[in-house]
Structure formats: structure tokens, C-alpha cells
Design a protein around this ligand. Structure first.
Ligand code: SF4
Length: 423
């Protein structure tokens, strides 16, 4: 979502006559896009803004902060950081030309949720990647998980009309995108505002887009993942056999306190249905360790769930209280040392699982979408499988944006490697 927001911010300004600079040192307007989900990302913002303020002393430019931190910290940003010229919340990107114009005269803030939500649209999207297009389907979230700041940054759920989504996907595919990635905080709750068609119908519509060979979507909520979506995934070979399904905790007691709306057993049953209906599907997830009151028993329940489901990848974090959330009002009572120890243990467990999953690909030929040069050295390139595994391989030509077959010759915990069979 963040990357797509940056494409919108750049696209809106480019449409108003700006040109993209490669680095802040060369820019007349610098917009810092932000994430408020974790305290750490917010701390990084303040240190980055400090560096930009030093740059601004040497050469003046307009400095703006956009995104979720801008939304929830708007007053603080302008009052405490006088070198910030403007602040724009996630629902205000279409106003950026006007905001920037005003900021040239005086510090300016636009961080309101309009009652009439306006989607940015493809005409104001500066795509970073020509072969893989992010296509937002909704914005905001109604779930209010007790630890999560997103509903306060992005507002309540708003859905794009289906014809607009299809038109954007068709245009992107017509311009060379072979992969469509549907985006939203909770894509499974999608409903076309006109027809009421749900996410399964949206998947069907995406798979009918000529030129789009792979369709992915993120993020799914387990409580909204109906069997109709599983059936649509199984019926459409273009839908990639990879699913990010945030877990957060394997303990029903903690899930209740997180207001997640499902139990451990319900999550396990959903994972089992997915694996049965979509053989070979690779699941990934998010986990928070050290949520208030988490005991060793709760933590062990998370570990045992990881062993049972065998995710191909996880994003795992130590809990940190976020402003405005319900959990911020309860004591953050798991000591930092215990949070650290649990995170290390969880990541070590996950690493052993990934080593085993990745090793099972050695000797197989897999279809890979090339993504560009690999950091592994000259002549090496990287790509992703339909299951979203990273593959590093040798290739005579840059395969970016092209499908190729790679024979897997080795693996590690975080990637596969191999040689190109055909290009
Ligand atoms: S579903 Fe929960 S965790 Fe996800 S964005 Fe909404 S409130 Fe946050």
C-alpha cells in the first residue's frame, strides 16, 4: 500500500507539471511518505526528517510529510518541526498541487477524510514497475484490531467501483503489466458499491483481463475469507498459489484481546481448507510477539501453530503500543527482554521451516517472473515464483518482466537459486 501511495503522490505531482528527481539533493519538492503501523517506522521518520532539515539549510526546498504518520501526527509535525512545510493525509493526495502551492506561502495541512471518497485513479499513478501493477480495490478498515492504528490513519472502508478497477487493470496490462496485485487493508471485504459483487467476483473479473498472467492480492483477513474466495482461486489458474493470511497470534485468548474475530481453531481450519483446495499453495503471515498479557503458554501456542501450518514466510514483530488504539490503554506488561527472546525464538523456528520448504524445490523446474539484477553478483538475476519465493539465477540477458523457467539447484532459508532453462 505504501509503495502504491508513493506512486500516487508522484503521479499527482507529475500530472500537475512536476518531474521526478532521482534524489532529494536535486529536488525542489520533497515528500516523505510514512508508515505508522510500528513505533520504529515512526522513529525512523524523525531521524530522516532531521537529515533533510540539514539539507534544506544548504539549499531551500519545500518539504512535506504524507501518509499515515502525517494523518495522526499532523499538529505535532507542523508545530514541533518548523522545517516541515506541508502535511498531507492518505485521503488528500489529489489536493497535493494545491497543498504545495499554498505551502510556498505558509505551512499547510490537509489531513481530512472526505465524506465523498475520491480515488486517485490510474491517470495520476506514476508506476514504478511496468510489468507488475498495483491496483487498489479499497481503502481504510472497519476492523479496529486493538493494536492497530490503520483505521485512525486511513478511515473506514471505502470500495472502488468494479468497472474502475477492471479499467485500471486492463490499462496496466495493455501497457505491459503481466502481473496484477490487488491491494487493500482488507481485500476480502470488498463489495462493488453498485452491484454488491464480492471479492470472489472481483477475482473472476481480474482473471478475464487480457495480458494479465498472474493475479495476486494483499491483505486478506481470516475472518472474511469465505469459501467462495477459495473456489474462485481454485477455478482461476491465473490466481497465484500464494496467500498472505495474517495470524498475529496462535493463542485464542490473545486473539480475543486483539479483537481479531477468529480463534486459533478457526484459523487452522481455514489454512487446512486452503491447502486441500489449492494443493501446493504457499502461505505467509504476520505475527506480533509480546502483546499485553502474553504468557509463555500463549507464545508456545503461536509456535505450535507455525509448526502445524508451515508458512513459507512470516513478518514478525515485537508489540509496540500505537496512539489512539484500544491496546494503548492497557499496560504494555511484557518486558522488552522477554519480547526480544520470543521474537528470536520465533524467527529461529520459522527459519528451520523455510529451509525445509525451500529445499523441497531443489531439482524442480519452476516458472519465474524476472524482477531485475540480483544483489548476489554480476550476471545474476532475481525473480519470483508464482508462490512468491525469491529465486536467484544466471541469465545471459536481463529477464526483467519476462517469464522464464529456472531449474532449482540449491536453496537457503530466504531464497532459491538455479539456472535458466529457457528464456
Ligand atoms: S484488519 Fe486489523 S490489523 Fe488489518 S488494517 Fe484493519 S485494524 Fe489493522
Amino acid at each position: 500500500m505504501n509503495e502504491n501511495d508513493s506512486e500516487h503522490i508522484a503521479g499527482v505531482l507529475v500530472r500537475a507539471g512536476a518531474a521526478k528527481a532521482d534524489r532529494p539533493e536535486d529536488a525542489d519538492i520533497v515528500v516523505v511518505n510514512t508508515c505508522a503501523v510500528r513505533q520504529k517506522s515512526e522513529e525512523k521518520l524523525y531521524s530522516y526528517l532531521g537529515r533533510l532539515s540539514g539539507l534544506k539549510k544548504k539549499r531551500p526546498f519545500l518539504l512535506g510529510v504524507a501518509g499515515c504518520v502525517a494523518q495522526v501526527r499532523k499538529a505535532h509535525l507542523l508545530e514541533k518541526l518548523p522545517f516541515v512545510d506541508f502535511v498531507a493525509g492518505p485521503d488528500n493526495y489529489l489536493d497535493l498541487p494545491e497543498i504545495v502551492g499554498r505551502a510556498a506561502e505558509a505551512p499547510t495541512v490537509r489531513a481530512d477524510f472526505g465524506t465523498d471518497w475520491r480515488e486517485v485513479g490510474p491517470e495520476a499513478t506514476a508506476r514504478e514497475n511496468p510489468w507488475s501493477a498495483f491496483v487498489p480495490v479499497m481503502e481504510g478498515c472497519d476492523n479496529f484490531c486493538s493494536y492497530c492504528i490503520v483505521p485512525f490513519c486511513r478511515g473506514r472502508e471505502k470500495f472502488r467501483p468494479l468497472p474502475n478497477i477492471v479499467a485500471e487493470a486492463r490499462a496496466a496490462a495493455g501497457a505491459g503489466a503481466v502481473e496484477i496485485q490487488l491491494l487493500g487493508q482488507n481485500v476480502n471485504s470488498y463489495r462493488d458499491p453498485e452491484s454488491g459483487l464480492g471479492f470472489a467476483g472481483l477475482l473472476d473479473a481480474m482473471c478475464a483481463v487480457p495480458g494479465a498472467e498472474w493475479v495476486r492480492f494483499i491483505t486478506s483477513h481470516p475472518k472474511n475469507f469465505g469459501d467462495d474466495i477459495i473456489r474462485a482461486m481454485a477455478a482461476n489458474p491465473k490466481v497465484c498459489p500464494a496467500l498472505h493470511l495474517p495470524l498475529q497470534s496462535g493463542s485464542t485468548r490473545i486473539l480475543e484481546r486483539m479483537n481479531r474475530g477468529y480463534t486459533r481453531e478457526e484459523y487452522l481450519a481455514l489454512a487446512a481448507r486452503l491447502k486441500e483446495s489449492l494443493p501446493g499453495i504457499l502461505l505467509s503471515t504476520d505475527v506480533i510477539v509480546g502483546f499485553p498479557s502474553e504468557t509463555e503458554e500463549d507464545f508456545e501456542a503461536t509456535c505450535s501453530l507455525l509448526r502445524e501450518v508451515r508458512f513459507a514466510g512470516i513478518f514478525s514483530f515485537r508489540y509496540s503500543p500505537r496512539p489512539l488504539t484500544a491496546a494503548a490503554a492497557i499496560p504494555d506488561d511484557v518486558p522488552l527482554e522477554i519480547k526480544r527472546r520470543r521474537l528470536i525464538a520465533l524467527q529461529a523456528l520459522q527459519k528451520t521451516i523455510q529451509v525445509e520448504i525451500n529445499r523441497s524445490f531443489v531439482g524442480r523446474e519452476v516458472r519465474v517472473l524476472g524482477t531485475g539484477p540480483s544483489p548476489k553478483g554480476a550476471g545474476r538475476f532475481a525473480g519470483r515464483t508464482d508462490g512468491n519465493l525469491v529465486v536467484n539465477f544466471d541469465s545471459a540477458a536481463d529477464p526483467s518482466g519476462r517469464f522464464l523457467t529456472v531449474r532449482i539447484t540449491g536453496s537457503g532459508p530466504y531464497s532459491l537459486h538455479g539456472t535458466t532453462v529457457e528464456l
